[in-house]
Design a protein around this ligand. Structure first.
Ligand SMILES: Nc1ncnc2c1ncn2[C@@H]1O[C@H](COP(=O)(O)OP(=O)(O)O)[C@@H](O)[C@H]1O
Ligand SMILES: [Mg+2]
Length: 329
């Protein structure tokens, strides 16, 4: 058991792209390799991670902890049917949990940091509410899931843009004058322009150059990991080359292209049966893909992966050739 867990927040700009199924099965894959793992449902207000872990919606969780005001969050951890894998539920009977106040969020984040495990996976709600952006900040290498559909890709970039703005603004907030200037800049946007992180750093530079440097370094320390889900062919990864110029221009953050999962009918079959994909269909291509990603997580942990896009493209092509006979669309 590890006192310094590796946190893996799993987010997406668009809903329905596979966050929860991937969280559940990555958690099981890491647990199957002997790591102690906790899967937390942080999609407060839209939770369903329990079902992807073949559990009922009957366990008290984060909502009960926050409203009962007693005990520790870790008292709400429950065993799953799988060795090494524990689960923390969201809010099976408490309404409006997506909107918890700032103080409650801070308390929740601190309590999650007190849970002991090798890996703690956090299934987040879709979109860019402040709460979700702050949960994504559990790691410098959080995972963002996308499909290859254009709206999902656009929302992925928008999620990362919002996240980095949030990181920068939280730092700048301590300086009142700066805060006013930044708010003014947000309000003065005209036409279809939008404020880039570099624009904000320029404003900061004029008032507090040291802080501007600090924030630039801070933003650069994040390497969100992108997993493409529901792919049908490795050539779809060409989208990375189309995205790179826009990422460089607008995001000021280096993305890590981390995984590719194939479209697989077994995903739906397992959830309809109420079983866990990796347990029910361990040999299907989605399970194989999840196991590959789990191995990559354990191999790199929080390290930066150089040339991630080349590596991902090469690996996906190899797997496509290897698994081609199993692919059924
Ligand atoms: N690789 C895949 N192949 C086929 N279906 C998938 C795949 N990944 C996800 N799905 C389907 O997409 C739907 C949404 O998945 P879910 O994990 O609930 O998304 P989210 O948590 O992002 O809202 C589910 O019905 C799931 O079965
Ligand atoms: Mg979900």
């Amino acid at each position: 058991m590890n006192n310094n867990p590796i946190f893996i927040p799993i987010a997406s700009g668009k809903g329905g792209v596979g966050k929860s199924i991937i969280t559940a099965n990555l958690a099981l894959s890491l647990a199957n390799s002997g790591h102690s793992v906790v899967a937390i449902d942080l999609d407060l207000g839209g939770s369903n991670l329990y079902s992807y872990l073949a559990l009922g919606n009957k366990y008290p969780g984060i909502g009960d902890y926050l409203t009962s005001k007693k005990g520790k969050l870790k008292d709400y951890l429950i065993r799953t049917n799988f060795e090494n894998l524990q689960f923390l539920a969201a809010e099976h009977r408490i309404a409006f949990m997506a909107n918890i106040a700032h103080a409650q969020k801070v308390k929740l984040i601190n309590e999650i940091k007190n849970i002991q495990a090798d890996y703690i996976l956090l299934d987040l709600g879709a979109g860019t509410t402040f709460n979700t952006l702050d949960y994504f900040d559990f790691s410098k290498n959080g995972i963002v899931i996308t499909t290859f559909e254009k709206p999902a890709i656009f929302n992925t970039l928008s999620f990362i843009k919002n996240f980095i703005h949030r990181v920068a603004l939280k730092e700048a907030k301590q300086n009142h004058k700066l805060n006013l200037e930044i708010n003014k800049a947000y309000k003065n946007i005209v036409g279809d322009e939008f404020l880039k992180i570099n624009d904000i750093i320029e404003i900061i530079e004029q008032i507090d150059p040291e802080l501007a440097l600090k924030i630039t370094d801070l933003c650069k320390s994040y390497h969100p990991r992108i997993i493409f889900n529901r792919g049908t062919h490795p050539d779809q990864l060409e989208v990375i080359n189309h995205l790179q110029p826009s990422i460089k221009r607008n995001l000021s953050v280096e993305l890590c292209f981390f995984g590719f999962l194939f479209e697989d009918v077994s995903v739906n079959l397992s959830s309809n049966k109420g079983s866990v994909l990796l347990d029910e269909y361990p040999e299907c291509i989605a399970s194989k893909g999840i196991n590959e990603i789990a191995k990559r997580i354990a191999k790199f942990n929080n390290k930066v992966i150089p040339n991630s896009s080349d590596l991902l493209i090469k690996d996906t092509q190899e797997k496509f050739e290897l698994w081609n006979s199993d692919l059924v669309y």
